[in-house]
Design a protein around this ligand. Structure first.
Ligand code: FE2
Length: 400
């Protein structure tokens, strides 16, 4: 697979699966203060604060900020009234991801098909339109508090236009002059698109959600790890990875497994009102070293990997790559170590990855910065080092 994301394809002939996904339309966060969150994601991760929908555009229920970078679109939404559903969710969960929305050809048809397949509606189709075109959205509920919205777009709101900076949907306007936008254009972080989104679900429920992605959205199993792969002395988890038909996006699903101490998944759930949700979003870059260096300069707080990791990583990775006839890791080994980046290899190639600490005060949502050089897996060889590092952090939070 190349790093390119499929762009808006031609409309398929009738009879094609209405659930065929064109792209990740956007990721919606519910946050306590979108104005301040927009500054954080712009300053720390290099996003453009591109558009806004708030009181000044006639939106009296919530304020929404559209942040963009590469083919990534975040909507940061904050409630303006106590009646808005986000108000109660923020009280229960703190800031986090509410919705991973997919662009489809016909949102209403996709929503109907998903409900026929056994999905539960989150909300019925709504269309916003004006003289320029229209945007239709309809949502289904996935694990816990999370939703998948189907989005279909016409006229000036078509996806290729959105990617070129057109108005996101009726009700939005350009954010206007903002000093950080100019700084970010001159100092890019190189984040291209959403590679995967990981859900944490309750113990014993992973297989149920795997079936849900198969039955409701037509996804299929991509990879499978068990607690032998992902365990340390103290904590463990199990994970299965679901992929959309075109492998546009992958959804690993984690559940806690028994260990001597508290699993990182259980820690997440305990700070998330014992409700499943998105644990991390992996953002793809073509140049891990440049992206991580830029993010570190901006003050992004990454997990620290024990020094001993680098004593064995090259032997492990090089032998795997040699065994399968792939070229060795081309990036400078000392710089990888200096930047604290993790490396893993499988039969298809290698990947570079690094994980941020939580993005808010609660130990819930975090980001992964990932670069793939052939490998389509998720860094299984790094799980042990990673979990040891996470346990040190859990211990510091008094959550182990
Ligand atoms: Fe990941």
């Amino acid at each position: 697979m190349t790093t390119a994301v499929p762009s808006a394809a031609v409309r398929p002939s009738t009879g094609t699966d209405p659930l065929a996904l064109i792209d990740v339309d956007h990721v919606r966060f519910y946050v306590g203060n979108a104005k301040q969150s927009a500054f954080f994601y712009a300053s720390a991760f290099g996003f453009q604060v591109d558009q806004i929908c708030d009181l000044t555009t006639g939106s009296r229920e919530s304020a929404q900020y559209l942040l963009t970078q590469g083919n990534i679109r975040f909507v940061l939404e904050t409630p303006l009234t106590k009646e808005h559903p986000a108000a109660d969710e923020i009280r229960r969960f703190g800031d986090g991801i509410k919705d991973i929305a997919f662009t489809v050809f016909d949102a209403e048809a996709a929503w109907k098909q998903a409900v026929r397949n056994g999905g539960t509606s989150a909300y019925e189709p709504v269309t916003r339109s004006d003289a320029s075109g229209s945007v239709t959205m309809a949502g289904i509920r996935t694990y816990g508090r999370a939703v998948h919205t189907f989005v279909s777009r016409t006229g000036a709101y078509a996806l290729p236009d959105i990617k070129q900076g057109a108005t996101f949907m009726p009700g939005y306007r350009a954010f206007g002059d903002f000093a950080l936008n100019a700084h970010n254009r001159a100092n890019p972080c190189g984040l291209k698109f959403v590679d995967h989104a990981v859900g944490n679900v309750e113990e014993g429920r992973m297989n149920q959600w795997v079936s849900w992605y198969e039955n409701v959205l037509g996804f299929s199993m991509f990879k499978h790890f068990d607690d032998k792969d992902i365990s340390t002395e103290y904590s463990a988890l199990m994970s299965k990875v679901m992929a959309s038909g075109n492998q546009l996006i992958k959804f690993p699903i984690n559940e806690p497994a028994a260990g001597k101490k508290k699993s990182q998944i259980l820690e997440y759930l305990e700070w998330h009102d014992m409700t499943p949700g998105v644990q991390h979003l992996a953002l793809r870059t073509d140049d891990e070293l440049a992206s991580v260096a830029a993010l570190r300069r901006r003050g992004v707080d990454f997990l620290t990997i024990p020094e001993t990791y680098y004593e064995s990583v090259w032997a492990r990775v090089d032998s795997m790559l040699r065994q399968h006839g792939h070229a060795a890791v081309k990036e400078d080994h000392q710089r990888i170590r200096d930047l604290g980046i993790l490396v893993d290899a499988d039969d298809e190639g290698y990947l570079l990855q690094l994980f941020s600490k939580p993005l808010q005060d609660r130990p819930t949502l975090f980001f992964e910065i990932i670069c793939r050089r052939g490998s389509q897996s998720f860094g299984k060889g790094n799980f042990k080092a990673l979990f040891e590092s996470l346990e040190i952090e859990q211990g510091r939070r008094g959550n182990l």
